[in-house]
Design a protein around this ligand. Sequence first.
Ligand code: NAD
Ligand code: WQD
Length: 332
Amino acid sequence: MTGGLGYIGSHACVALAQKAIPFVIVDNLANSSLGVIDRLAELVGYRPPFVEGDIRDGDLLVETMERHAIGAVMHFAGSKAVGESVAMPLDYYVNNVAGSLTLFAAMVRTGVKTLIFSSSATIYAQTNAMPLAEHAALGASNPYGRTKLFVEQILFDLSVSDPAWSIACLRYFNPVGAHPSGLIGESPRGTPNNLVPYIAQVAVGRREYLSVFGGDYETEDGTGVRDYVHVLDVAEGHVMALDYLRRHAGCVAVNLGTGRGMSVLDMLHEYERASGRSIAYEVTGRRPGDVARCWAQVSLARDLFGWQATREVEQMCQDSWRWQLANPDGYA
Ligand code: NAD
Ligand code: WQD
C-alpha cells in the first residue's frame, strides 16, 4: 500500500486488517507522521510492516514487493492540495504522475498486475448534470485534477496493452470523518483546505470562524453542495474492490460517494449537533474553481463490488469530532 500512513490509507489499513488481509505500507512521510503506526498497532493488534520510502524509487518498490510477495497494490500516495498544485504544477506532475509511472513500472518488473488507484470526483467536467455517473464527461480544471485524470488514462492504456491487469480507479467524492475509536483521523498540516477539518478546528477552538466560500450559488441555501462520505466507508470500498479485482480483469472507474448532497451550512449545523458547540461563520466570496453542486451516482459500486456507503452524516461529524477532541493538534 503506497501512502498508507495518510488519512484514507490509514483507514484502509484497518479495513484490511479486519478482513485478515496482510499488507505492507510504503510512505515517505511527506504528509503523515510515524505516530500513525502506533495508533494502527493499537487498533489492529500488531505493528503493520512499514517501509519508509518514496514511490519515485523504483528499486525500493521492486525490492519491497519481492521481499513481501506482494499480490496487489493500493496506491494512495500523492499530493492533494488544489491551490498548491496551481502554484507548483511540476511538483504535482512529478509526484502524482511520474511517481505513479515508477510504481506501475515496478509492478510490471515484479509481475504484480492488480491495482487500486485513488482517483477523485474532481476529474469530472464542470458542465455535467447531477448525479455524476462514471460515463459523464471528464475534464479537470487544475493541475492536481489533471494528474488524476492523466493517471486514469494511463491505466486504461495499460489494461488495453495487457489484459492480465485488473485495475480499479476509485473516484472518491468528499471523504470525511475518522475511525470511531478516535485513534486515527485527518491531521492536516497548516491551515486546512477542506471544509470538515476546518469546521473541526473552529469547534475545538483552534480557529475563530469558518469562512463560507460563497452564499449565492444556485442551491437551496446558496452555499456549495457536496457528497460527503465516511472515510471508513471509503476504506471498506477498497477491500470490496480488491475482492472484485481478484475475479475480474480490465480497468474500471467507479465512484465512491453516498449519492446525497449536503450544503456547507448543512454540514456546519450537523457538526454543531455532534459537538454540542456553536460554530461561528462568515459568508465570504466564492473560492475560485469551486462548483455549486457535486454528488455521485452510486449504482456502479453496488453492482460491481456490492459496496454502498452505510454511515450517515451524523456519524461522519460525530467521529470527526471524537478524533478532533482527543487530538486537538492532530498527530503533531
Ligand atoms: P494524505 O496526504 O493524507 O495521504 C497521502 C500519503 O501519501 C501521505 O501519508 C504522504 O506522506 C504519502 N506520500 C505522498 N507522496 C509520496 C511519495 N512520493 N512516496 C511515498 N509516499 C508519499 O491524503 P489522503 O487524503 O489520504 O488521500 C489519499 C489519496 O486519495 C491521494 O492520492 C489523494 O489525491 C486521493 N484523494 C483524496 C481525497 C480527499 O478528499 N482526501 C479525495 C479524492 C482523492
Ligand atoms: C467543500 C465545500 C467549499 C472550506 C476538494 C478538492 C477535491 C477533493 C476533495 C481530492 C465547498 C466549502 C470549504 C472552507 C468553505 N480532493 N468550503 N470553507 O472543494 O469539494 O473538493 O477536496 O481529490 O479535489 O477540490 O472539498 O472540503 O474543500 O469544500 O466554505 O474553509 O465547502 O467552497 O463548497 P471540494 P472542500
